[in-house]
Design a protein around this ligand. Sequence first.
Ligand SMILES: *[C@@H]1O[C@H](CO)[C@@H](O)[C@H](O)[C@H]1NC(C)=O
Length: 326
Amino acid sequence: MPALTSILLFLLLIAMAAALAQGQGTRVGFYSYTCPEVESIVKETVTDHFNSNPTIAPGLLRMHFHDCFVRGCDASILLTGSSTERTAGPNSLLRGYEVIDDAKTRLEAACPGVVSCADILALAARDSVLLTKGASWKVPTGRRDGRVSLASETANLPTSRDSIELQKQKFTDKGLNDQDLVALVGGHTIGTSACQFFRDRLYNFNTTTGNGADPSIDPAFLPQLQALCPQNGDANRRVALDTGSPNTFDASFFKNLKNGRGILESDQKLWTDASTRCYVQRFLGIRGLQALNFNVEFGRSMVKMSNIGVKTDTEGEIRRVCSAIN
Ligand SMILES: *[C@@H]1O[C@H](CO)[C@@H](O)[C@H](O)[C@H]1NC(C)=O
């Protein structure tokens, strides 16, 4: 019965493809028997901290991203010690470590030794989006914590000066496509940047333009940015990446890119480049293009990102405290 055999083989292949699409062993509700309150405990912790300091929302989102891009989403970013990821230049301004530590303490009281720090971070990133009025998504869990963290491995994290080709390459290397790139950079809808990371665009970017500025900046916007970041002013002053709507998780960041009001050079390039511009336009619902709902697609891309190189089953460990291996 060759027909039946090939049908069975076909069904088996579909089942395998579905298992792969789920991620490498993570699944929604992983703790439903072992720690049923995990999601409410993490959410309550993030909310408590957010209420006294709203900047932890973009902070936790960025921390999760920086964790996943180095050695996979294994909480390697949280380990303290000399020459760990946390000590490296690209991570020097990360914030929110105390939120994860607090959630871990509360979880160890409720269900000791069960929930990984990597999962806490993935849940906290989702809750941060929710707290800034974005859409929610279901976070697959079951990650285990890594035991290695090396500052030297942070060199390939995306930077604010990367070309569009390099941005695409860094995402492709992690299994993320151009739509994921645009959607995830859209997380800047709630972020800020210090002047030092974009000031060169305002004064010494292009020698052929009379004012030295990046010509992709809206000329009406340039003096506003220059006022926020004077040439010899405070390099650490922080400026919202989504002018006009910095505390709400929405698609207005993309509208700013369309209007030449991106803050980081790498962000504005998503509009300059034709292939990524198409996704920006679709998130904006530009007439004639198939619209994409930014909030929905952001959640989808986050699930993909949060499955990068995860450790499951017998790999890694469940840390007792998030800042140190057992
Ligand atoms: C510098 O400005 C000129 C004139 O606006 C433009 O043609 C050129 O592409 C710019 N160079 C860069 C590197 O942006």
